[in-house]
Design a protein around this ligand. Structure first.
Ligand SMILES: CC(=O)OC[C@H](N)C(=O)O
Length: 270
């Protein structure tokens, strides 16, 4: 390789802050999940004093992470961290609504324990909820790392900027994409392969609403693609599998994709 290339990399290094690895950031969020959901832990029996100390440790760690990322020049990281932890019981309440929705909606779900331990949808929604709260506190870049970690583990890609209500139900989940400016109401059910995306992708659209709005009690079955910032799926609608939708539909709509499949019977030889 040329000396110029070495020099280029050397120069670039000088301008880059030493930021904790993505794994360190994800581990903080996973440890927090372990703490609020002892179902995830192998040894969940802490004393009350230990629990208080563990939450204080987690808060301190968040401040350290925010300090170390140096991404936010004028932030008071201690206060950001303290606000996040004050809001944690509310986040936890919302996560519990997601569990309740899966438990009451999925015939295959046997217990809360099973959902907490095994449902990729629950992990993805929970990490999204943590990431969204940090984004709302103007924490740059860490929220995206957390949701991309969830994406890598579950195949479910939820942008931390999306606004999502309570009782979100994601079953299976692989391949779900929820774009940055998506708005989702309460009691919405999503199956694998659903895309809530932009109708066109142009850089100038960065600060505009590009992704759809899904109102309360909507069910969207697998492989459906719903695009556009002005597209509103009215409450209590059902969007069938593989539907391609770029227009709004009124409340209580049922939208089906009509596929034309042919089954040809071949005569088999004896
Ligand atoms: C989900 C989606 O449409 O992504 C496209 C692009 N990243 C955007 O945010 O508009």
């Amino acid at each position: 390789m040329s000396e110029d290339f070495y020099l280029h990399i050397y120069d670039k290094q000088q301008g880059v802050e030493a930021v904790p690895s993505n794994q360190v950031l994800a581990t903080w969020a996973l440890n927090l999940m372990d703490l609020i959901y002892p179902e995830r832990s192998t040894n969940p029996k802490y004393t009350l004093t230990e629990i208080r100390r563990l939450f204080m440790d987690m808060e301190r760690q968040l401040t350290q992470i925010l300090d170390a990322t140096k991404a936010c020049k004028n932030c008071n990281n201690e206060s950001v961290s303290s606000k996040f932890f004050k809001g944690l019981p509310e986040l936890y309440r919302k996560m519990n609504t997601d569990i309740a929705s899966i438990l009451s909606g999925d015939p295959a779900a046997r217990s809360e324990f099973e959902i907490i331990r095994t449902y990729p949808g629950f992990l993805a929604i929970s990490l999204y909820r943590i990431a969204h709260a940090l984004l709302k506190a103007d924490v740059p870049f860490i929220p995206r790392i957390l949701t991309e970690y969830a994406h890598s583990q579950t195949g479910i890609d939820i942008h931390p900027g999306a606004e999502i209500g309570e009782y979100l139900y994601i079953d299976h989940g692989t391949g779900i994409v929820i774009g940055e400016t998506t708005v989702i109401g309460n009691h919405v059910k999503l199956y694998q392969g659903v895309t809530l995306g932009a109708l066109s992708v142009e850089k100038y659209m960065a600060n505009t609403k590009r992704h759809p709005t899904i109102e309360d009690h909507v069910i969207i079955y697998s492989g459906a693609t719903i695009l556009g910032g002005e597209t509103v799926i009215g409450d209590n609608s059902i969007i069938g599998g593989n539907v391609w939708l770029t227009k709004s539909v009124p409340p209580h709509s049922t939208v089906y994709h009509q596929s034309a499949i042919k089954v040809i019977e071949t005569k088999h030889r004896d």
